[in-house]
Design a protein around this ligand. Structure first.
Ligand code: NAP
Length: 285
C-alpha cells in the first residue's frame, strides 16, 4: 500500500487564519449511543480530528457522550478536535433565531464553541439569504464560532454574499471526479473560500460505487499502489479541496486518511478529464 501514515497534520487555512484539517469524517450515518461510540473510537484511532455533524443528523448528544469517554483514552482535549455543525435556516432567519439553535447545538455537543458552523442549504430569496448571512456573521462576531460558511451554494449564490463583511469561509458541496463544478471551484479560489467535498467518492446513495469501476481510477490505483477510494480523495486534496469521506468500516476509515502518495500532474489531468456523470445525478431527482 502506498500510504501508511494519516494525513491528519495536513491543514487548510481559512481566510480568517483558522486551520482546518484537510480530511475529516462526516457522521451522518451514526445516531445511537453505541454506534456513535464505536464510530468515534475507530475514527480517533485512525487519526481523524475533524468531525462533521449537523443538528438534523440527531447525533450531537451521542457525539458529546462519545467524546467525553474517548478523548482521555487518546490523551486528547477538546482543542485537539475540529467540530463542524450545521444549521437549517428558515427563509427569514434572525440573529436571535440562529443564536438559539447554536446554543442548543453547543449544549448537545457539550462544548462552548464550534470550529465551523455552516448553513446546511440555501433557502428563501436573495434578500432573505443576505439577511440570514448578516445574522450568521453577527453570531460569529459573538465569539462562540471560530469560522462560518455554507453548504450547497452555487457560484451565483456565493456572489450574493460576497459583499458582506465576512463572506463564507467554507463552501461544503458535492465534489468528486464525476461532479466537479469548475466555475464554482475557480470562484472559491479567487475569493479565498475553501471548498470542502462531501460525497468525495461520487456515491450519493451508498449502493452505487460506479466511480470505483472507472478504468482511469482503477489504473491509477494500481499505478500508485493505492486503492480506488484513495485516488479521488488524493485528487481532491491536491486540488486544495478538503474532503469528508463517510465510512463506518474501520479499515476504510484508515484507508481514507492514509494518503501519503502524490498523483503526477499528468495523472491529475486524466482524472479532471473524466466526463461528469449527470445521468447519475438526474436519476435521483
Ligand atoms: N452538507 C451537506 O449537504 C451534506 C454533507 C454530507 C452528506 N450529504 C448527503 O449525504 C449523501 C451521502 O453522502 P456520501 O456519498 O458522502 O456518503 P455515503 O452515501 O454514505 O457513501 C459513502 C460510501 O462509500 C463507502 N466507502 C467509504 N470509504 C470507502 C473505502 N475506502 N472503500 C470502499 N468503500 C468506501 C461507504 O461504505 P463503508 O461504510 O462500508 O465504508 C459508503 O457506502 C449525499 O448525497 C448528500 O445528499 C450532504
Amino acid at each position: 500500500m502506498a500510504s501508511n501514515q494519516p494525513v491528519m497534520s495536513q491543514k487548510m487555512r481559512l481566510y480568517n487564519g483558522v486551520e482546518m484539517p484537510a480530511v475529516g469524517i462526516n457522521t451522518y450515518r451514526v445516531r445511537l449511543d453505541e454506534e456513535v461510540h464505536m464510530f468515534v473510537d475507530n475514527a480517533l484511532s485512525a487519526g481523524y480530528r475533524l468531525f462533521d455533524t449537523a443538528a438534523m443528523y440527531g447525533n450531537e448528544v451521542a457525539l458529546n457522550r462519545a467524546f467525553e469517554k474517548l478523548l482521555p483514552k487518546y490523551n486528547l482535549k477538546r482543542s485537539d478536535l475540529f467540530i463542524t455543525s450545521k444549521i437549517v435556516t428558515r427563509s427569514r432567519a434572525s440573529y436571535t433565531g440562529i443564536k438559539r439553535v447554536l446554543e442548543k447545538t453547543l449544549k448537545n455537543l457539550g462544548t462552548d464553541y464550534l470550529d465551523l458552523y455552516l448553513i446546511n442549504y440555501p433557502t428563501g430569496n436573495t434578500s432573505s439569504r443576505k439577511r440570514t448571512w448578516a445574522a450568521m456573521q453577527a453570531v460569529y462576531e459573538d465569539g462562540n464560532i471560530s469560522a462560518i460558511g455554507v453548504c450547497n451554494h452555487s457560484k451565483e449564490l456565493l456572489r450574493q454574499l460576497a459583499s458582506s463583511n465576512s463572506p463564507p469561509m467554507v463552501n461544503q458541496v458535492e465534489w468528486n471526479p464525476l461532479m466537479h463544478d469548475e466555475q464554482l471551484y475557480a470562484y472559491c479560489k479567487r475569493h479565498d473560500m475553501v471548498l470542502q467535498a462531501y460525497s468525495p467518492f461520487g456515491t450519493p446513495f451508498a449502493s452505487d460505487k460506479k466511480l470505483f469501476h472507472y478504468p482511469v481510477i482503477r489504473g491509477l490505483a494500481s499505478k500508485y499502489d493505492a486503492t480506488v477510494a484513495q485516488i479521488p480523495l488524493k485528487w481532491s486534496l491536491q486540488r486544495q479541496v478538503a474532503v469528508l469521506p463517510v465510512s463506518t468500516d474501520p479499515a476504510h476509515m484508515k484507508e481514507n486518511i492514509n494518503l501519503n502518495f502524490r498523483i503526477s500532474t499528468r495523472d491529475m489531468d486524466l482524472i479532471d478529464a473524466i466526463a461528469p456523470d449527470y445521468d447519475q445525478y438526474e436519476s435521483r431527482v
